[in-house]
Design a binder for this molecule. Structure first.
Ligand code: UGA
Length: 445
């Protein structure tokens, strides 16, 4: 029987909420904290404020078992937890560096409620630049010293425990981790954090603080590199009559390469890859390195996002007065997250070229309306969100598929008859599609 540990999770975004709910599901006693009162009120009512498959079931079970509660009260969370996980956002600043203001503010609030006889394990789950953990130790010790706590370094330890959760598969990834990485200067405390995952029996890697922080960045940067690599290969394949999907399959059979993250398409988006690669570039430059490969990963990706529009222009050179349907707005299927989604530059480019855009996504329309607030104001007649996929096609000259939601796969091909279809995710079979429409995809000539 697992002896549940007392855990607080600061931040109830997808990382914090999934981690908290899963820890509670495993039998730990979890307090979820957020400064957003509205979010906490919804969570208290059992409502899940984000779209994450499987999360509602896990959360419901955790609530029924009495293993999770929610609060906005730092004092309560800090006093009633031995492990305090920080899972707040670290957005990109203008120069690509990570904005640590939410993390810093969490440290301040935690320090406020650490007393002279406490020992708290403060765990960074947020992706923070390499070096943040060691800096945090000094920062928090300084705050404790200021309020008169004696020997402040004995009252807490900072641990890095990066997350490797994919949005849309976050619960599955938490429950079946490829590895759990724990970095700390104190190995015993690192072992305690690793033991929280014991029921999952994951491979565990214990490291020092900066190494754990770097593993997170290097992993995301490597996956992003694979994507930009295959996209570049795809663009060359097109010109030479090769098929990138088969090329990727052939490469992936080599276990040193692996078949994953070799799907060519219209680029990567999301809250992690673009932000983390940019932050790593910034960190590398700050220590005098020239991270050329990483810079190219971003550059290739920015160009790739507009590739579908370039392909469309080959068939319809003047988009003024034409109508283009866009299927899929979220940065990938199974999420309503619009951050850095390729649909954003694509739609902006179509509008700039005078087209009317009819866009559909199964879950992301509400978020998309916020992203395109300005465009909806400037071109109210030219940007239309539809409530089903086929309404978007009505009167459209062309269709661009940006996000490969499974339901698009089973399309009624007759509805595409006569249109120009640009498949940005290689979802459909080219031979079949060409019977119905003018069809182009990525890396398949
Ligand atoms: C990514 C990582 O996969 C997680 O391991 C990590 O924990 C997370 O970032 C994070 O740092 O929090 P996520 O951004 O949710 O997860 O999404 P992915 O499934 O990795 O996809 C990212 C983007 O790459 C999507 O736009 C997707 O369409 C694109 N992609 C992915 C491709 O274009 N080709 C591929 O072969 C795979």
């Amino acid at each position: 029987m697992l002896k549940g540990k007392r855990i607080a999770v600061i931040g109830t975004g997808y990382v914090g909420l999934v981690s908290g709910a899963c820890f509670a599901y495993l039998g730990h006693r979890v307090i979820g904290l957020d400064v957003d009162t509205n979010k906490i009120e919804r969570l208290k009512r059992g409502e899940v404020p984000i779209y994450e498959p499987g999360l509602d079931r896990i959360l419901k079970k955790a609530i029924e078992d009495g293993n999770i509660e929610f609060t906005t009260d730092y004092s309560y969370a800090v006093k009633n937890a031995d492990y305090i996980f920080i899972a707040v956002g670290t957005p990109s600043r203008e120069d690509g560096s990570a904005d640590l203001s939410y993390v810093e503010s969490a440290y301040r609030s935690i320090a406020e409620f650490i007393d002279g006889d406490d020992f708290k394990v403060i765990v960074n789950k947020s992706t923070v630049p390499v070096g943040t953990g060691r800096w945090a130790k000094e920062f928090i010790a300084g705050l404790l010293r200021e309020k008169g706590v004696k020997e402040p370094e004995k009252r807490f330890e900072v641990v890095s425990n990066p997350e490797f959760l994919r949005e849309g598969k976050a619960v599955e990834d938490f429950m079946n981790p490829d590895r759990v990485v724990v970095g700390a200067d104190n190995r015993e405390v690192a072992g305690l954090v690793a033991s929280l995952y014991e029921p999952l029996q994951p491979p565990i890697l214990i490291t020092d603080l900066p190494t754990a922080e770097m593993i997170k960045y290097a992993s995301n940067a490597f996956l992003a590199t694979k994507i930009s690599f295959i996209n570049e290969i795809a663009n060359v394949c097109e010109k030479l009559g090769a098929d990138v999907t088969v090329v990727a399959r052939g490469m992936g059979l080599d276990h040193r390469i692996s078949p994953h993250f070799l799907r060519a398409g219209c680029g990567f988006g999301g809250s992690c890859f673009p932000k983390d690669v940019k932050a790593l570039i910034h960190t590398a430059k700050s220590v005098g390195e020239e991270p050329r490969l990483l810079e190219s990963v971003i550059e290739v990706n920015e160009r790739q996002k507009l590739r579908p529009v370039e392909k469309l222009l080959k068939h319809i050179p003047d988009l003024e007065g034409r109508t283009v349907a866009v299927w899929g707005l979220a940065f990938k299927p199974e999420t309503d997250d619009m951050r850095e989604a390729p649909s954003i530059p694509i739609i902006r480019e179509l509008l700039a070229r005078g087209a009317t855009v009819k866009a559909y996504d199964p879950v992301a329309v509400e978020n998309a309306r916020r992203v395109f607030e300005k465009e909806l104001h400037t071109h109210p007649q030219r940007l239309i969100f539809t409530s089903d996929m086929y309404s978007a096609l009505e009167g459209a000259d062309a269709l661009i598929l940006v996000t490969e939601w499974p339901q698009f796969k089973e399309v009624d091909f007759d509805k595409l008859r006569g249109k120009v279809v640009i498949d940005g995710r290689n979802l459909w079979n080219p031979t079949l599609m060409r019977k119905y429409c003018t069809y182009e995809s990525i890396g398949r000539s």
